[in-house]
Design a protein around this ligand. Structure first.
Ligand code: NAI
Length: 239
């Protein structure tokens, strides 16, 4: 019960990494509010409540956070996990696609932090976990908008960590390598094979392997950890 009595809000929780985080956190005793723009393919387990939340909408963030506070009084942990991916190199990137990526993968993280920080300041405690990527710290060719957003999330996390350190709020980013999820299942298998071949462990990760990292950052075991980047990538970034 590493998260006993904690109230957790997770975005993009209907599938992949977000679903696994929700499941694990509930098992560890948290009250989990799992949010997404779609319903999960299988129902959430016991201990997980679900709400609709499009992370690009200021109004929806306000509604969701105020409903959680009304019901549970507090939010101890925010996991900004919702995300999309795109592969266009910058010379082919259209404005509409650029703005869409920034809206979901970057602005969504900003809005989430902005909505919970005042509450966490009042509580004098909180842990914010922002899901970035190996491509938020290093690059491959193409996927310009994704690199832009994930790189921003890395530094936004450090900035928020520094800004609110005296308020008892910890902010960290998580950088997954290739993980088998609906997002990567939908991609061309040659593309997936290429990233896995470039991974020293020569395999893709499982969502639970990211969830365990998030569990550490959400729990009080990481009470001295803020502004850090937790890389979980089969060795990819060590090369
Ligand atoms: P996924 O596609 O399985 O899950 C992402 C979830 O976000 C989906 O359920 C989707 O409905 C939701 N979502 C999309 N737009 C949204 C919006 N506007 N508002 C709220 N929810 C929205 O993807 P996966 O792989 O589980 O990814 C989770 C996070 O991990 C993402 O931020 C992704 O960029 C990141 N990541 C994933 C990697 C991988 O290899 N799977 C590698 C590195 C980072």
């Amino acid at each position: 019960m590493r998260l006993k009595d904690k109230v957790v809000l997770i975005t993009g929780a209907a599938g992949g990494i977000g679903y696994s985080v929700s499941e694990l956190f509930a098992r560890e005793g948290a009250t989990v509010v799992a949010t997404d723009i779609v319903a999960p393919p299988s129902p959430y387990p016991a201990g997980v409540e679900s709400m609709d939340l499009d992370v690009t909408s200021e109004a929806e963030w306000k509604r969701v956070v105020s409903e959680i506070v009304k019901k549970h009084d507090r939010i101890d942990v925010l996991v900004n996990n919702a995300g999309i991916i795109a592969y266009e190199p910058l010379h082919e990137l259209q404005m509409k696609e650029w703005l869409q990526m920034i809206a979901v993968d970057q602005t969504g993280v900003f809005l989430g932090m902005r909505e919970v920080v005042p509450l966490m300041r009042k509580q004098k405690s909180g842990s914010i976990i922002n899901i970035s990527s190996i491509w938020g710290s290093a690059a491959v060719g193409g996927a310009h908008s994704y690199h832009a957003a994930k790189g921003a999330v890395r530094n936004m996390s450090k900035n928020a960590a520094m800004t609110y350190v005296a308020d008892g709020i910890r902010v960290n980013s998580v950088h997954p390598g290739f993980i088998h999820t609906p997002l990567t299942d939908a991609q061309a298998s040659e593309l997936n094979d290429e990233v896995i071949a470039a991974t020293p462990m020569k395999r893709g990760g499982k969502p639970i392997e990211i969830a365990y990292g998030c569990l550490y950052l959400a729990s009080d075991e990481s009470s001295y950890v803020t502004g850090t980047e937790l890389v979980i990538d089969g060795g990819y970034l060590a090369q």
